[in-house]
Design a protein. Structure first.
Length: 289
């Protein structure tokens, strides 16, 4: 009888210990580093700025935060899909392509709205080009094959005009950053290029000597601004934590100062419907391939 009582006590203590271990494991998991993916940014002092942003996020999350940078959207998207990072600032193009495998975390607000445009630019010395159809046989610069503004928009624009993008230009190349599209056009390496309008606008403030060497030929319709997305396996608690910190940045003096450096007004939760225009463009591109 005593042995049975002892056996029950052992089992109870075993359950207590197991519960404690599980609780500790969960707590440790929640304290792990938050890893956020970024593609190449256009800020000059990017290392210093990103460290400031990391420190800010760490202070709010009470957890280590690490920015993971890669050159292309595809590399960052792959890390997100493989759950090697928790969240990433990606383009609307890959977000739409993989929307069933990603969660919309937050959308930046630019000029008060979660929207942006694609700009087609040419050298300022080119005073005759009025549209992309005038660049037949020219050299054209794209930013990234997974960029909406820097690739998808000009491709679909040509298709809508009944033009095959594969045989229209004499040469095309990817710069792997929107800033470098502006540089390529300004330097005469390309007769035209497609660039994120938000990036061009920001460079016009920080580096007017660069953007003044280019001319905006056309602006696209409005699209959902490149969003923050999270991996599907991210816990609800971590998802809400990151989301709340981003959305509340505008209400905090330090956060507001960081937003000003990014040239955005803040973040909103957003809606997947913001990216319907990009989904329509993907449909057009896929149908014509």
């Amino acid at each position: 009888m005593t042995m049975l009582k002892n056996s029950g006590a052992v089992r109870r203590w075993g359950l207590v210990i197991l519960g404690s271990l599980l609780f500790s494991t969960a707590a440790i998991a929640e304290e792990t580093t938050i890893r956020i993916g970024l593609t190449a940014v256009f800020l000059d002092n990017k290392t210093s700025f990103l460290r400031q942003w990391e420190r800010y996020l760490e202070g709010k999350a009470h957890r280590p935060v690490e920015f993971i940078q890669r050159q292309s959207y595809r590399e960052i998207t792959d890390l997100l899909m493989k759950e090697r990072i928790d969240a990433a600032w990606i383009c609307g193009y890959p977000f739409v392509k993989y929307k069933d495998e990603l969660h919309l975390l937050a959308v930046p607000l630019y000029k008060g709205k979660p929207l942006y445009q694609s700009y087609m630019i040419v050298p300022v010395s080119d005073t005759t080009t009025k549209g992309i159809e005038d660049l037949q046989g020219a050299v054209f610069a794209y930013s990234d094959p997974d960029s909406n503004s820097g690739f998808l928009v000009p491709q679909v624009d040509l298709l809508k005009k009944g033009i095959d993008p594969k045989h229209f230009f004499s040469k095309t190349f990817f710069t792997w950053s929107h800033r470098d599209v502006v540089v390529a056009v300004a330097e005469g390496l390309a007769k035209g290029g497609a660039v994120d309008g938000y990036v061009w606008d920001t460079l016009a403030q920080t580096h007017p000597e660069l953007t003044k060497r280019t001319r905006i030929v056309s602006r696209s319709e409005w699209f959902g601004f490149p969003p923050f997305a999270s991996r599907t396996g991210l816990s609800e608690a971590s998802f809400r934590l990151i989301q709340d910190i981003l959305i509340n940045m505008k209400n905090d003096p330090v956060g507001a100062a960081l937003l000003k450096k990014l040239n955005i007004d803040g973040f909103t939760r957003g809606d997947v419907a913001l990216f319907d225009g990009i989904a329509d463009e993907i449909g057009i591109l896929d149908a014509r391939r």
